[in-house]
Design a protein around this ligand. Structure first.
Ligand SMILES: [Zn+2]
Length: 410
């Protein structure tokens, strides 16, 4: 079945892509744009902010007065493009066929004319991950407001997803405070419109080691921070090997067991100085059936055992741990009503599991049945020349228009 993307959907997607909402920046321009757009339709937005009020989540109910609602969720931030080799401006929101003869852009025109040419693409940071989805939701706001469906739709657009799903926690807490109890949640992360029912968790930590400095000829009077850090690094590595060897496989993931890895290591000032300080970052990507917090406890217990001998040499020597992010895994089910609804709306019989983290575990953890299903492919997300095809956006639009007509999710 082929679908035609609305001109308004494309225009809104281009508008959102042109706003720089890299996670390090404010997203208030985008949030302001969306809330103004909704305000013109008579829909009030509820904003929840980060501590210094530079970023906001937006929550809005379309079809107010209906008893229950379905959350349509997306994050507004994007990853940066520093150091990436782009052939187009990441903020250009250019629409073109790719590759083209001679590599040049093809004419930009009305979406339906372009669609007739094959599979044009909208290029730009966030096109697939996930401004395309937010734009199509916004472009169809009236469908949700005027629908005969017994359900309201809640737009839930968050900040700081890409750096640890921080914003949406505020949004979910505020939703609870307001007594909003959604029936289900659809997260439009790029799955090529195939409903995804599981992903791993991402738990990331920083470990700082304080030792005791000395001339390297006097090692017994010192505590070598790098060497102590290395032992904990070795522990993380041992755990990773343990997962690979012993963990019960969860098929459907690229790597069907939990993984652990160390991503950064810093320490030392000179060859002849026993280092006082070292620090490293590591992560666990746990299967939905494995407990990442338990993994971290195992690391803490191991470090604790190393500390006794360190403190005998220097009382203030030891380890300190900080949490960088804890994004819980997500596990839905092929038989969940929301999964079956997503299959019906997308015309897909398949379900999939994805390798990336999303906000799904947080919505599910709040008691809301959740599915991940959105336009574009994750293989384009975070990459140079990120794009989403207009065909994918059109399928997303058909999906959301179908949602507006949905009478039951059972
Ligand atoms: Zn994303």
């Amino acid at each position: 079945m082929s679908h035609i993307l609305s001109a308004r959907g494309l225009e809104l997607a281009q508008t959102l892509v042109r706003m720089n909402t890299v996670s390090a920046n404010s997203n208030l321009e985008l949030i302001g744009f969306v809330s103004d757009h909704l305000a013109r339709l008579g829909v009030r937005s509820r904003l929840t902010y980060n501590a210094d009020k530079t970023k906001a989540n937006l929550f809005a109910t379309l079809g107010a007065g209906k008893r229950n609602g379905i959350v349509v969720s997306g994050h507004t931030d994007t990853v940066p493009w520093d150091g990436q080799d782009w052939s187009v401006d990441p903020l250009s929101a250019m629409v073109q066929h790719w590759p083209t003869e001679g590599g040049g852009p093809v004419p930009v025109g009305p979406a339906d004319e372009l669609a007739a040419l094959g599979s044009p693409r909208l290029y730009g940071r966030g096109a697939a991950d996930m401004k395309g989805f937010i734009a199509i939701a916004l472009a169809n706001a009236e469908h949700f407001m005027e629908s005969e469906s017994p359900f309201a739709v809640h737009f839930a657009f968050s900040y700081d997803e890409e750096v640890g799903c921080f914003g949406v926690r505020e949004l979910i807490a505020d939703m609870k405070d307001q007594g909003v109890k959604p029936l289900a949640c659809i997260i439009g992360e790029p799955t090529s419109m195939v409903p995804a029912i599981a992903h791993k968790g991402v738990y990331r930590y920083r470990c700082c080691v304080r030792g005791k400095e000395a001339h390297s000829s006097l090692t017994p009077q010192s505590v070598n921070a790098i060497e102590m850090a290395a032992r904990v690094v070795g522990k993380v590595r041992d755990m990773a090997e343990g997962f690979e060897q012993n963990e019960r496989r969860y098929e459907g993931f690229d790597v069907p067991f939990s993984t652990a890895s160390v991503g950064q290591f810093h320490g030392g000032i000179a060859d002849n100085v026993v280092p006082r300080d070292a620090a490293f970052h590591y992560e666990f990507r746990n299967l939905p059936t494995a407990d990442a917090q338990q993994m971290q406890k195992e690391v803490l217990a191991y470090a604790d055992r190393l500390e006794g001998p360190m403190k005998k040499v220097a009382p203030d020597a030891g380890f300190s741990f900080e949490t960088i992010c804890e994004v819980p895994s997500f596990l839905g089910s092929a038989s969940d009503p929301i999964t079956r609804l997503a299959q019906r709306l997308s015309g897909e019989e398949r379900v999939t599991q994805v390798a990336f983290g999303t906000e799904a575990g947080l919505f599910k953890g709040a008691g809301i049945p959740t599915i991940v299903c959105g336009p574009g492919s994750i293989t384009q997300a975070h990459q140079p020349d990120e794009f989403v095809t207009l065909e994918q956006l059109a399928r997303c639009e058909a999906f959301l228009q179908g949602l507006a007509k949905t009478q039951t999710i059972a």
